[in-house]
Design a protein around this ligand. Structure first.
Ligand code: ADP
Ligand code: MG
Length: 842
């Protein structure tokens, strides 16, 4: 055995913090970790520092993690040492990401490739460098799911039963597990991919693709020097991706997920116990509970055994995960104290042989160099070959150009259709936008409401904070006092225990209260962040062309102007951001207090105060009294609550009745309103009708007025006379020759019959009727007319020279004349019935 073999090597611990993921950013989470530049140290909150072998902050790339922490293990592996890489941490903290547990060969050249694919690549690189060795590589891949070992490389349906055996020489062995021999990196990656695809993955609230099992990918490396069968080394590398430690409350797991969670936690708890037992100096040599779970049995060699072990403790930087982060960091801190004793897995006789051969090998060093040169040449050759292949492909991509043109045409047609579809979608989106406007207004209202609730919660949290602070202060005072009282002897036992116990209870209660408020604050902040992002989205949407629709909507609903609205949104965002900042500060403050109250040493020392049976009895008595008092208070509160609930139900019933009454009144009011509206409408219709009639009337009057002013300068005997056309007699205003006009009513009357009674102003005796002044003057005039004055026969409508179009006019004219004639006849029988008719001349 060499000196190196006797060395005790502690488990190396790497802390890796991933960046904030988008979910955490959206919830407004802040980073609660500080990294000390140049030091492998991380500080949680204000002052809780942890130091590890390496600390990787969120900006660290996968390559750096591999080169710094994992690569040294691989050199050990080739020297014959077992090695283990173990990823530990809360669900969603980046274990699978770090280990490469979702790797597929398409990701080969990506920088995000994790540990396992990099290990495979490195092993084959190293292997190719050792020309004088024969290598035998085999892999196995298993997962522990619900305390059952599943073979991830076994594809057959009838899977053999897998059991764990412990061999005093070879250590832990897994019987029935597929161990696949591989010759190339490609084959090994194939195994990894096969196993990864078979892993049990489920979705939880913390991680959309959470690994629900512990997975162990094992690479066995057997090295045999060429030509010497006795020089054999077999070393194993376990790459372990543990399932996440999780709090059911946070992952919101139910059913199978919850069952998985419980068994995951059981495995991790036993791992924690093993780590504690191994890491605690005071428990050195005591029993280590490896057999508590399958996980710890399989990792027996890696923890406190024959292996170089690296633990990658993965954490999230979000302050919402601070408790889980602290737990992981404490776990990792304990793991650092584990001391392993890795031994070289070779036959001791072979060691001496190896040493001698080493000398021979150094002589052939030059040969090795030549070998390396050859490898470089081969690599260059490979590169050239690939370039040649590329060029060939290039020539083939040209012939496709014509095809591409055709393709482009088809594509443009497709694009047109696509555009049509999209236009339709845009319309729908606009419609949605309109609805969103309404929702936004609603949100604004809700915002005011929430603000007051948040204010209340903040006050409560501040009160809890103060209470915890007071309790902590008191605790330190009590600790001081205790020291004093201890010195005073047994008489102070009861009061000392009482003081201490009550204070301890107060601290625990305040801590739990503070935790509850902390949870509330985290929820609040998440809600605020969601609101901010919603408002921002709305603001952004407002800048797009849909703004037009929005503006219109706002006008319709008579809302504020768009500018005003946006200003109000940005004001809201501002105030929400301030609120969020306030929450973050409160969260940080409360978390620090909880950390202080809950520190590791405190929990351990809690029961150190009770050292005798008397103290224990006294403590029990006090606790009993406290329990009884709090139960009584609880019962009282419960009965009060019941009473209040009953009151609430009554009030709700009353409210319901009032609402019903209101709605019936409202309906009645509505029906009345409808009726009145109907009546109003009817009235309006009537008014409208009257207005129309009035208009018609007015029109007729206007027309009438026009006809009154006939413009013919003749005798108004034919259709050219407007008055005759309109079946009217000419009047004083007409421009016709009144003397000659045949359409003057008075004239026609006068000219048709002349009273023999020539004296104007006197009563016509034969008629016994007074002659009106006008007529008498006319008569007077007529009396001076020559005796050839005749009663002309009105022209018969045989006015054939007129157009057929005018026939209607003529008809009306003739009827007018007929009526005139009839009038004259009547006249003859009445007013001038005694008058002598003048003989008509032809
Ligand atoms: P776990 O296996 O611990 O449950 P995952 O490895 O599945 O968590 O990681 C959860 C999420 O965080 C994944 O989306 C992953 O891509 C992302 N992530 C984890 N670590 C990092 C990192 N270092 N850089 C970027 N993203 C990361
Ligand atoms: Mg995982």
């Amino acid at each position: 055995m060499t000196k190196e073999d006797e060395k005790v090597i502690p488990v190396r611990v790497v802390m890796r913090c991933r960046p904030l993921v988008s979910k955490e950013i959206n919830e407004g989470c802040q980073c609660c970790l500080t990294f000390v530049p140049g030091e492998p140290q991380v500080i949680v909150g204000n002052d809780k520092a942890f130091t590890y072998d390496y600390v990787f902050d969120p900006t660290t790339e996968q390559e750096e993690v591999f080169n710094t922490a994992v690569s040294p293990l691989l050199s050990g592996l080739f020297r014959g040492y077992n090695a283990t890489v173990l990823a530990y941490g809360q669900t969603g903290s980046g274990k699978t990401f770090s280990m490469g547990g979702t790797y597929t060969s398409e990701q080969e050249n990506e920088s995000t490739v994790g540990v396992i694919p990099r290990v495979i690549r490195r092993i084959f690189q190293e292997k190719s460098k050792c020309a004088d060795c024969e290598f035998l590589l085999a892999v196995s891949y298993l997962e522990i799911y619900n305390e059952e070992i599943l073979d991830l490389l076994c594809t057959s349906k009838d899977k053999p039963i897998i059991s764990i055996r412990e061999d005093p020489k070879d250590g832990i062995k897994i019987v029935g597990l597929t161990e696949k021999e591989v010759f190339t990196a490609h084959e090994m990656v194939g195994c990894l991919e096969l196993g990864n695809s078979a892993r049990t993955v489920g979705s939880t609230a913390m991680n959309a693709a959470s690994s629900r099992s512990h997975a162990i990918f094992t690479i066995s490396l057997e090295q045999r020097r060429k030509g010497d069968k006795s020089d054999v080394m077999v070393s194993k590398l376990h790459l372990v991706d543990l399932a996440g430690s999780e709090r059911q409350k946070k992952t919101k797991a139910e059913g199978d997920r919850l069952k998985e969670g419980i068994s995951i936690n059981r495995g991790l708890l036993s791992l924690g116990n093993v780590i504690s037992a191994l890491g605690d100096e005071s428990k050195k040599g005591s029993f280590v509970p490896y057999r508590d779970s399958k996980l710890t049995r399989l990792l027996q060699d890696s923890l406190g055994g024959n292996s170089h072990t690296l633990m990658i403790a993965c954490v999230s930087p979000a302050d919402s995960n601070i408790e889980e982060t602290i737990n992981t960091l404490r776990y990792a801190d304990r793991a650092r104290k584990i001391k392993n004793k890795p031994i070289l897995n070779v036959d001791p006789r072979a060691v001496e042989m190896k040493r001698l051969r080493q000398q021979v090998r150094s002589l052939f060093g030059v040969l090795g160099l030549l070998g390396a040169f050859q490898i470089t040449m081969e690599q260059t050759n490979e590169k050239l070959q690939s370039k040649l292949e590329e060029l060939r492909q290039h020539a083939a991509m040209k012939s496709q150009r014509v095809q591409l043109m055709r393709q482009m045409k088809e594509d443009s047609e497709k694009f047109r259709l696509w555009k049509q579809k999209k236009d339709k979608e845009v319309l729908q989106l606009k419609e949605k936008d309109r609805k969103r406007q309404y929702e936004m207004l609603k949100l604004e209202r809700d915002f005011q409401k929430q603000a007051s609730v948040l204010r209340r919660k903040t006050e409560e949290a501040a009160a809890a904070n103060k209470r915890l602070k007071d309790a902590l202060q008191k605790r330190s005072e009590v600790a001081e006092k205790r020291k004093e009282v201890q010195n005073r002897g047994a008489e102070g036992v009861s009061s000392r225990i009482k003081n201490w116990l009550l204070n301890e209870v107060e601290v625990l209660v305040s801590t739990e209260e503070a935790r509850r408020h902390l949870q509330d604050l985290l929820e609040d902040r998440k809600m605020l962040a969601e609101e901010i992002s919603q408002l921002r989205q709305q603001m952004e949407a407002g800048e797009r062309p849909v703004a037009k629709v929005r503006r219109r909507t706002l006008t319709i609903s008579e809302l504020e102007g768009q500018g005003e609205l946006e200003a109000s949104i940005s004001k809201q965002v501002e105030s929400l951001e301030t609120e969020m900042g306030l929450r973050s500060a409160q969260i940080a403050d409360l978390q620090q207090k909880v950390l202080d109250a809950d520190n590791d040493g405190r929990i351990k020392q809690r029961w150190d105060s009770i050292t005798t049976i008397v103290e224990a009895k006294s403590a029990l008595k006090i606790l009993m009294a406290e329990v009884v008092a709090s139960k009584v208070a609880n019962a009282k509160l419960e009965s009060e609550l019941k009473q209040e609930k009953a009151n609430l139900l009554d009030m709700q019933k009353i409210l319901c009745d009032e609402r019903k009454l209101m709605s019936s009144m409202d309906m009645e009011h509505q029906s009345q309103l409808v009726e009145m509206e109907q009546r109003h409408q009817e009235k309006e219709e009537e008014i409208e009708k009257l207005r129309k009639l009035n208009d018609q009337n007015q029109k007729l009057m206007d027309e009438n007025e026009q006809y009154k002013q006939c413009a013919c300068r003749g005798r108004c005997v034919n259709k050219l006379c407007r008055c005759r056309k309109g079946k009217m007699t000419c009047g004083e205003n007409c421009l016709c020759d009144h003397e000659k006009c045949r359409n003057m009513e008075n004239r026609s009357n006068v000219v048709s019959r002349i009273c023999s009674f020539k004296e104007p102003g006197v009563v016509c005796l034969p008629c016994g009727w007074p002659i009106p002044d006008v007529i008498s003057s006319e008569i007077g005039d007529i009396g001076h007319l020559p005796a050839d004055l005749k009663l002309e026969k009105k022209p018969v409508p045989a006015d054939n020279e007129s157009d057929s179009d005018d026939s209607e006019v003529m008809n009306s004219t003739s009827s007018f004349l007929r009526s005139k004639k009839r009038g004259l006849n009547n006249f003859k029988n009445s007013f001038f019935s005694g008058c002598t008719p003048i003989r008509e001349e032809h």
